[in-house]
Ligand binder design. Structure first.
Ligand code: BES
Ligand code: ZN
Length: 621
C-alpha cells in the first residue's frame, strides 16, 4: 500500500512539475493539479470544493455548532466527492438541492473519516447538514472564569494542521483553496469574528455575516466568539480584545501599521486588505495563529513594553509565506515556517535595528540546538522535508522547520548577497501568490531564478534532505549576548548580582542569561538572583517561563515558586510554554509533581496542548 502511494505520488509530482507542450493535446494526459498527500481523504483531481457558504449557530449551552456547509464544486466528471470529517454528526447531504446518499469511512485517529458523497457528473453544488460533537478538537469552549473579564463564555477555533475537519466537513488539505461566506448566530451579548471581513461592533440580534473573497486553505478558516471590542491602530490595522485588556493590547501592538509598511517594502503588497489581531484568553494553545485578516494571539505576549511583539511580525509575515504561498502538504511545513521566521526577523530588523534582530536569531539558534539534541535518536526528524505518512502532522511541527529553515535561508542570503536574495523572494511571492508550493517545486524555482542564473553552487539538497546542519551554516553573533554570558560567569564566580550592568537589559537578554545557567549552578545562586531581580515574580511571561524551567531542573524552591509555577500552568495553555515546563519536571525525575499539577490544569487546555502533554507525561485519561 505504502509503495503504491509513493509510486503514485512520484508520478504526480513529476507530472505537475513538467510542462512539456506535448502533453497539452489530449485530455487523458493533462497534468493533475493536486499532489497526493498523506493527511486528507480528498481526491481533488476528481472533484474539488471551490466556495464555502457556512450557515451555523453556536450553542453555548450544549457546546455545539450546528448548521450547514454548502459548497460549489469543480466537477471533473465524478460520481462522488470525498471530504474529510472527524467527530462530526453528519445529518443529511444534498446535491444540487436534492437529498443524496453519503458514506462515512473507517475512523483513523489522526485523519478521522472520509465522507463520500454521491454526485453525478453534472453536480455543481452540495450541502451538508451537521453538528459538531463534544469530541471536537478544533473548538475550545471556555466558561466565564477562563476569560479576562470573567463575565461571558468564549469560543475559539484552531484549524492548523488538520483540525478544521472537526468543526466543518471539508476537503482539509492545504493545497485546496476556498473563498467563503458565513452567517453565524451567537448569543446577543457576544461578538463573532472570523478570518474574513469583520464587524467592528456587536450586532443587535447576535447574527453576523462574513465574506472572505480571497481563496484560502481550509486550515485558515477561523472563528472566535466572545465579549470583545475593537480599537483601530490605523485605517487597516487594529485589535480585538476583552474590555479589560483592550487599552493594554492597543498600546502593546501600536507598531502594527509600521510592521505592515516594512513588510510591504520588503516583499510586495499586503494581499488581504485588513490586518487585525484578536487577543484570546490564556488557554489559546499557540503564541499566534496567522488566520488571514485576523491573527489569533495569546495574551502572554502583552508584556507592557512591546518586548514580545516579534510574534506579530511573525504572524504578519505569514500573510506572504503561508497564506499567499502555501505549503502543499504538511511534509513541506518548513516552507511556511522557515520563510516566516526569516521574514519576521527582517521586519524586526527594519523596525528596531540589527541588534534586536540578531538576538532573536540567536535565541532561535539555541532552540535549534536543543531540538537537535532531543532528536539525536531519530535523525530523520531533523530533515527539512519530512516523511509524515501514518503520523500526525503535529509530529513535524517543531524547531527544525522554524529554525533550521531560517538558518538555511540565512545561509543562502549570505551566499548570494542580500540584494539578490530580496529580489528573488519578492518574485517568488508574486509568481506563486494564491497557490501552493512543495519542496521540489521550490528547489526548481530556486535553481532557475537565483542559483543557476548567478552561477552559484549551493548545497541545497544537503540542507533539505539530510539530517543535521551542514557545515557551511552562517555564524550568528550578538555582542549583547556575549556580554550577557560574561555577566553570568562573573555572577556565579562572585555570587553577587551587578545590577548596574543588568539595569537596561531587554527581556531577550534576560532569557539568554537564564537559559545559559551551567548544569552545576547552585541553589545559593538562584537565591541570590531571585533576591536581586525577583525573577520568580517576573511579569514577562517569557522570562518567567525560562526561570521556572531552570528552577525545576536545579531544584530551586524558594520564594514560593512552586505555587507560582502551578498557577502559571493552570492559567496558561500556550503549548510551547507549558510543554517546556512539563519536560523539565520529567527530565529531573519529578513526574509525580508534574502529574499532580496536570490533573488540575488539563481541563483548561485546548486539545492540541493536552495531546502534547499527555504524551510527554505518558498520561492516561
Ligand atoms: N502557524 C503557527 C502556529 C501553528 C503551528 C499552529 C503548527 C498549528 C500547528 C504560528 O505562526 C506560529 O508559528 N506560532 C508560534 C509563534 C512564533 C513567533 C514562532 C507560536 O505559537 O509559538
Ligand atoms: Zn508561524
Amino acid at each position: 500500500m505504502k509503495k503504491i502511494t509513493i509510486i503514485l505520488s512520484c508520478i504526480i509530482l513529476f507530472a505537475t512539475s513538467c510542462n512539456s507542450p506535448k502533453e497539452t493535446k489530449k485530455e487523458e494526459t493533462a497534468a493533475p493539479k493536486y499532489v497526493v498527500e498523506a493527511h486528507s481523504y480528498a481526491q481533488p483531481n476528481d472533484a474539488v470544493v471551490k466556495h464555502l457558504s457556512l450557515d451555523i449557530t453556536a450553542d453555548f449551552e450544549k457546546e455545539i455548532i450546528s448548521g450547514t456547509a454548502s459548497y460549489t464544486i469543480e466537477n471533473n466528471n465524478a460520481s462522488e466527492i470525498i471530504l474529510d470529517s472527524k467527530f462530526l454528526d453528519i445529518l443529511k447531504v444534498e446535491a444540487d438541492g436534492k437529498t443524496t446518499t453519503f458514506t462515512l469511512g473507517e475512523f483513523d485517529k489522526n485523519l478521522g473519516q472520509s465522507l463520500k458523497i454521491a454526485i453525478t457528473p453534472n453536480t455543481k453544488s452540495i450541502t451538508i447538514h451537521y453538528n459538531t460533537t463534544d469530541k471536537t478538537e478544533a473548538l475550545q469552549w471556555l466558561n466565564p472564569q477562563q476569560t479576562a473579564d470573567k463575565k461571558h463564555p468564549f469560543l475559539f477555533t484552531q484549524g492548523q494542521a488538520i483540525l478544521t475537519r472537526t468543526w466543518i466537513p471539508i476537503q482539509d488539505s492545504p493545497q485546496i483553496r476556498v473563498t467563503y461566506d458565513a452567517t453565524v448566530k451567537v448569543p446577543s451579548e457576544l461578538m463573532a469574528v472570523m478570518s474574513a471581513e469583520n464587524p467592528k461592533e456587536k450586532s443587535v440580534n447576535g447574527v453576523y455575516h462574513f465574506k472572505m473573497k480571497q481563496p484560502i486553505s481550509p486550515y485558515l478558516i477561523a472563528l472566535a466568539i466572545g465579549d470583545v471590542e475593537y480599537k483601530a491602530i490605523s485605517n487597516r490595522t487594529g485589535v480585538y480584545a476583552e474590555k479589560s485588556m483592550l487599552a493594554k493590547v492597543h498600546a502593546e501592538f501600536s507598531d502594527m501599521e509600521k510592521m505592515v509598511v516594512a513588510a510591504e517594502k520588503l516583499y510586495g503588497k499586503y494581499a488581504w486588505d485588513q490586518f487585525d489581531v484578536i487577543v484570546l484568553p490564556p488557554s489559546f494553545p499557540f503564541g499566534g495563529m496567522e488566520n488571514p485578516r485576523l491573527t489569533f494571539a495569546t495574551p502572554t505576549v502583552i508584556a507592557g513594553d512591546k518586548s514580545l511583539t516579534s510574534l506579530i511580525a511573525h504572524e504578519l509575515a505569514h500573510s506572504w509565506s503561508g497564506n499567499l504561498v502555501t505549503n502543499a502538504t504538511w511534509e513541506d511545513f518548513w516552507l511556511n515556517e522557515g520563510f516566516t521566521v526569516y521574514f519576521e526577523i527582517r521586519i524586526m530588523e527594519a523596525l528596531y535595528g540589527k541588534e534586536r534582530a540578531e538576538m532573536l536569531a540567536l535565541i532561535g539558534r539555541q532552540d535549534l540546538e536543543d531540538e537537535l539534541e532531543g532528536f539525536k535518536d531519530t535523525p530523520n526528524d531533523t530533515k527539512l522535508k519530512l516523511d509524515l505518512k501514518d503520523r500526525n502532522p503535529d509530529d513535524g511541527m517543531n524547531s527544525i522547520a522554524y529554525d533550521k529553515g531560517y538558518l538555511f535561508l540565512r545561509t543562502l542570503e549570505k551566499t548570494v548577497g542580500r540584494e539578490k536574495f530580496d529580489v528573488f523572494l519578492k518574485n517568488y511571492f508574486q509568481t506563486h501568490a494564491f497557490s501552493t508550493m512543495y519542496t521540489e517545486k521550490f528547489i526548481a524555482y530556486l535553481n532557475e531564478n537565483l542559483l543557476d542564473k548567478n552561477n552559484i553552487t549551493f548545497n541545497t539538497n544537503e540542507w533539505i534532505y539530510n539530517p543535521g546542519i551542514p557545515s557551511n551554516q552562517v555564524t550568528i553573533v550578538s555582542d549583547k549576548f556575549k556580554n550577557v554570558e560574561k555577566t553570568l560567569q562573573q555572577c556565579i564566580e562572585n555570587n553577587t548580582a551587578d545590577t548596574t550592568v543588568t539595569k537596561d537589559w531587554t527581556p531577550q537578554e534576560w532569557v539568554h542569561f537564564i537559559r545559559n545557567f551551567p548544569e552545576n549552578m547552585e541553589i545559593k545562586h538562584f537565591e541570590m538572583l531571585d533576591k536581586a531581580y525577583n525573577l520568580t515574580n517576573s511579569t514577562n511571561s517569557y522570562i518567567a517561563m525560562v526561570w521556572y524551567e531552570q528552577s525545576i531542573l536545579h531544584n530551586y524552591r524558594g520564594n514560593n515558586i512552586d505555587e507560582k509555577i502551578e498557577a502559571f500552568l493552570i492559567n496558561v495553555g500556550r503549548r510551547w510554554y507549558v510543554s517546556t515546563i512539563f519536560k523539565a519536571y520529567k527530565k529531573s525525575n519529578k513526574l509525580d509533581e508534574a502529574l499532580a499539577i496536570y490533573k488540575k490544569s488539563r481541563a483548561n487546555y485546548h486539545s492540541v496542548t493536552a495531546n502534547t502533554i499527555d504524551e510527554i507525561l505518558e498520561f492516561q485519561k
